[in-house]
Design a protein around this ligand. Sequence first.
Ligand SMILES: Cc1cc2nc3c(=O)[nH]c(=O)nc-3n(C[C@H](O)[C@H](O)[C@H](O)COP(=O)(O)OP(=O)(O)OC[C@H]3O[C@@H](n4cnc5c(N)ncnc54)[C@H](O)[C@@H]3O)c2cc1C
Length: 439
Amino acid sequence: MDQVDSTEARREGGAANGLPETPTSGGAPLTHVIGAGLAGLSAAVRLAERGHPVAVYEAGIHAGGRCRSYYDATLDQVIDNGNHLLLSGNDCAFRYLSLIGGAAKMHVPAKAEFPFADLVTGERWTLRINDGRLPLWLFESARRVPGTKPLDYLGAARLMWAGAEKTVTDIIPPKGILYERLWLPLMIAALNTDPSEASARLAGTIMRETLAKGGAACRPLVAEGLSAAFIDPALDYLRARGQGVTFGRRLKRLAFADGRVAGLDFGDGEIPLAEGETVILAVPQWIAPALVPGLSAPTEVRSILNAHFRIAPPPGFPPLLGVVRGTIEWIFAFENRVSITISGADRLVDRPREDLAADLWREVVTITGLPAELPPWQIVKEKRATFAATPVQDAMRPDAITQWRNLFLAGDWTQTGLPATIEGAIRSGERAALLTMRV
Ligand SMILES: Cc1cc2nc3c(=O)[nH]c(=O)nc-3n(C[C@H](O)[C@H](O)[C@H](O)COP(=O)(O)OP(=O)(O)OC[C@H]3O[C@@H](n4cnc5c(N)ncnc54)[C@H](O)[C@@H]3O)c2cc1C
């Protein structure tokens, strides 16, 4: 059954064949955006900002795709499908949040500080990165990882010039205290792929856009709720401009003719596209190749596992804590919830949920000192969280421009130069929007 948002419902005459009545703005032709994840929403809001008419079609009944919140009955709370971390250097994400009015829903710390704990020894330390490009923090032992020297860090700079075929551990040898306490947790979080197989080039882009720019670009940001920050304001933004998202509309087929997309088929008859109309395909990489003949796309995925526990964090507990030498990698502290994230979690996703909850809670108790009794919990396994950020998979990512003159691709899996991230998804949507405006 189609579920249509209130904008569609309000539109006089409704939507024949699922096509919104063409909103015209200065005569610009309509852009059809397929998929209302971050990439699709980012494209749509950019187009709407410039007064271009846009129609968004989403297969599901919610927008946000892999980045959204939902009500969880077990916890009786609204939770995110997975804890997401942004860094203040994620410029496109910030522009998007500012444009739609979601920035106020982000927790922005004053400094780039990353507290860590060693699960085995109980040792604690905080990485404190100074603002500004000169890495002065390296020369103060209290700001570095304990047991490391400034020169130890320099090898990582080579990631920024790594060849496309290199892995992270080709550049940073996987041994020593700095690897265990910093590079391993940072790289697995950023790439969702073990550093031994993850692309050094993708890691290098992250280094260039964050660490190399200093603390101002490295502040860790967590949303109050993913939908509250990234999704709901975007839907409001579109609505306020008379643009709609139609839910429950799964694109089944693109009709091609004369070097262009000539029609959209949602399973209830082909909708012909007028000359000048454009299409942005913003669906995941496991869907797009079935819609676009001959499309190259990553084929391997990596999972992310989140466990949410309904319990107040201990007083003074940091919003985000990195954990080394445990199964858990990051602890996120919310008002009445402690959540943990494990990236590259394929080894865990087939384990029984009850066992996982009990084992992961034991680690949380060791770190936080919370009572040993297991509180109400939820495990969220995202098996297809991201494409595997390996050199081979990276080489399979397509550009936004296709051989069809009115079809453009968006999504975290297209060739953004970044791993599968919020920043990459939003950037891809912006680029696709700009390309359609040039047609
Ligand atoms: C658990 C988890 C944790 C993560 N943590 C982080 C993090 O900390 N930091 C970070 O930067 N990134 C993180 N990410 C990655 C980030 O969430 C993704 O990169 C981003 O959300 C991808 O957005 P997208 O629009 O490219 O794809 P998607 O979110 O997959 O959106 C695609 C949309 O297309 C729709 N669709 C599919 N087929 C059709 C069709 N035929 N017709 C119409 N619609 C269709 C889908 O329903 C979906 O809504 C995480 C991801 C997960 C899953």
